[in-house]
Design a protein around this ligand. Structure first.
Ligand code: PGA
Length: 265
């Protein structure tokens, strides 16, 4: 029996965003993905992030499959007069994961670094595992400020978190200009930025940083996922559009598992 060659098991996280429109389609997608993930469980961890109303039906569809479930956002308070919000504490028990700081939340809903950090802290406090999304806008990329922007976003979050929660933390580097555009970042560029993220993690968490996974996201699909996951600095991917296509996402699971199965060099 082969064992994974990496210290950190790769993670493939499916951010469904505000899709699919019908519960039945969400359940069907979850079923097909979990079927594909079955034999690769030791080599790749798979987590699905449906919209809030589909959490329960998708949870039922995933029961006993090993595929995990998460929410796409939460509010930082536990309970109270916050119309329309859902707290991390409420989601505990329904799912095990949380995404915070996605660039669509930052840009469309005006979330600041500080707010993202509070959400990350609340999700951690509630016992969830947390993917914090970071990434530079196109103008910041063009100006050559990628590392500075991304490092700053990571630092603000780390100030709110204790190193003891490092094994429940994941950072997803997603250049804003690469999300949903088909313009995925060149792997060497993604590699540089993910290394910068790891340096910030080491500064913040010391030796505990070694258990934090760092992902790349932004127009990742079956054709290009290997070129990221085979980078030493990359522990998987946060996938949007391609995660809504059962066949394509299944191929991605296989591709990531194949990298994870490669003998260590
Ligand atoms: P994309 O989205 O894969 O469609 O580019 C990634 C994301 O938003 O997390």
């Amino acid at each position: 029996m082969l064992t994974p060659n990496r210290a950190r098991r790769p993670l493939l996280a499916a951010n469904w965003k505000m899709n699919p429109l019908a519960a039945a389609d969400a359940v069907e997608l979850a079923r097909r993905v979990s079927h594909a993930a079955r034999e690769h469980d030791s080599f790749v961890e798979v987590a699905l992030f449906p919209p809030f109303p589909w959490l329960l039906p998708v949870r039922d569809a995933l029961k006993g499959t090993g595929v995990e479930l998460g929410a796409q956002d939460c509010f930082w308070e536990r309970a109270g007069a916050f119309t329309g919000e859902v707290s991390a504490a409420m989601l505990t028990g329904w799912c095990g994961w949380m995404i915070v700081g996605h660039s669509e939340r930052r840009i469309i809903f005006g979330e600041t670094d500080e707010q993202v950090a509070r959400k990350a802290a609340a999700a951690m406090e509630a016992g969830l595992r947390v993917i914090v999304a970071v990434g530079e806008r196109e103008d910041q990329f063009v100006a050559g400020h990628t590392e500075q922007v991304v490092s700053g976003q990571v630092d603000v979050v780390l100030r709110q978190l204790a190193a003891s929660g490092a094994d429940r933390l994941v950072i997803a580097y997603e250049p804003v200009w690469a999300i949903g555009t088909g313009r995925n970042a060149d792997p060497p560029l993604a590699d540089r930025t993910m290394r910068a993220v790891r340096q910030r993690l080491e500064l913040g968490f010391g030796a505990r940083a070694a258990v934090v996974r760092v992902l790349y996201g932004g127009s990742v699909n079956a054709a290009n996922v290997t070129s990221y996951v085979e980078l030493d600095a990359c522990d998987g991917s946060l996938v949007g559009g391609a995660s809504l296509k059962a066949e394509e996402f299944s191929s991605m699971i296989e591709a990531v598992a194949a990298v994870s199965r490669r003998p260590a060099t």
